[in-house]
Unconditional design. Sequence first.
Length: 152
Amino acid sequence: MPAIGATHGAGATDSTGSGARDVTSSTPAGTFSGQWQDGDEQIAWRADRTDGAVTQITEAVTFGADARVTRQLQFTREGTLLVFHEIRTQTMQSPDRTPGPMEVQVTLAFAGDSVSRSEKLVDGKPTTLRSFEIDYARRHAEQALAVARRSP
């Protein structure tokens, strides 16, 4: 993965080596935003601070020509993930379904290290949420929080 080059203030750059490219800008009232790349994903994000701590991140993600994702991540002031909500829309072509857009929603609520609520809907119908999807949510949230914490 490429190294992060975060732009802070008047153009100073730092490389943190977390595996993504990051460009940030501050906005008033505890809200700030930026962009980063994680593999094929181009991620535009907006974060909110409460008492100096990042407590919420909203992401708009594009990858490939046919896929879009929105994510909302909520954290405690200490950085523990509370909620991961993702809506993924992508064009599917498969022999077992009509070609066209498919929407997948994943909602996870956490209480410490445990999942207190989980739901996965595919085109509005409940389906099985797999353990690797929970692991991905945790890893992605950690990476997104690290990017946001490095922002001015």
